[in-house]
Write a protein that binds this ligand. Sequence first.
Ligand code: PLP
Length: 376
Amino acid sequence: MGILDRDIRQETGTAASFLTVDLSALVENYRLLAGRAGTAACAAVVKADAYGLGAGRVAPALAAAGCGHFFVAQVGEGVALRAILGGGPVIGVLNGTTPGSEGACAACDLVPVLNDRAQLRAWRDLASRLGRRLPAILQVDSGMARFGFDPAELSALLDAADAFGGLSLRLVMSHLACADTPDHPANAAQWAAFAAVRARLPQVPASLAASSGIFLGPGFHFDMVRPGAALYGIAPQAGLPNPLRPVVGLRARVMQLRAVPAGRAVGYGHAAVLARDSRLATVAVGYADGFPRSAGAGAGAAWCAGHRLPVVGRVSMDSLVLDATDLPAGAIGPGSLVDLLGPDQDIDALAASAGTIGYEVLTRLGHRFHRSYLGA
Ligand SMILES: *Cc1c(COP(=O)(O)O)cnc(C)c1O
């Protein structure tokens, strides 16, 4: 991903593993998603430190590209994001407030998602104490049973006079459980449940789709879409070509190259025994860096010069061992870099080899990498 070995030596000091985040690819992905969303506004979800990529760099790049709406999960993340972005952009808090965090939420001009009566009551109480209207987003559970008002409960609330007094409703939203599977019947069912609620709040803008939902078609776009994962290059639809550009690259140094005879056992638990005379490369990335332990024992791999190097034995905390036997002699040695995320292996491929999803791989990426941001 663009960063040369020479640059790494010059710029990265003591690090042995290197994460690159391509901000131009991120911005291109934002534009592609905003384009797919047509007339709907395109927000950006930057919770969990922009899925591990660094909200301090990701959010300003998106704001500079014209994104005016951001979402985080927690009030604390919103407080930090407000300091990053300054005044102007709207910041929504998906989980809403926890008891006692309402004051900080209002002080930083965050808009909480109200998911239940307790959050609604606390936000209204604060509005009345402050003597001013507070903005709010209303979430309805259209069929995921995670967050939000039950549609019947919301309907009863809307029947009552002044249920949202003191508040200014900025958005009514819901979230899809199965949007990455386009023909899953839950998509149409959730759409219908959401549309019914929306009909009761016709003056309030509506939002249903996250990354995958954008690709379910214009009917799912309503007034705003809320992609996260797709911005960072994760494929929005399982089994279909990924229209997004890769944003993340991960490379690590080979620390040792050793010739090990057939019959030898490798790594913790002696979980692997070599079937042939092998050349093994020990690489400076382990599960403490977020490389999934479940990608050990041949399930996962790194890449070098177009060759797949399978992981041999268990992934350790700070290292893993690769089978480099099939590489041409001299193609790899101590100091060489191998790709863990790169042109031959994207986030979804690494995740699949570990039995997990790209979201988990991204958000677990550790803090020992040298990080560089390209195209800033
Ligand atoms: C995380 C989240 C999103 C973003 O989802 P992606 O699949 O990453 O695009 C949008 N809305 C809600 C409610 C979320 O929790």
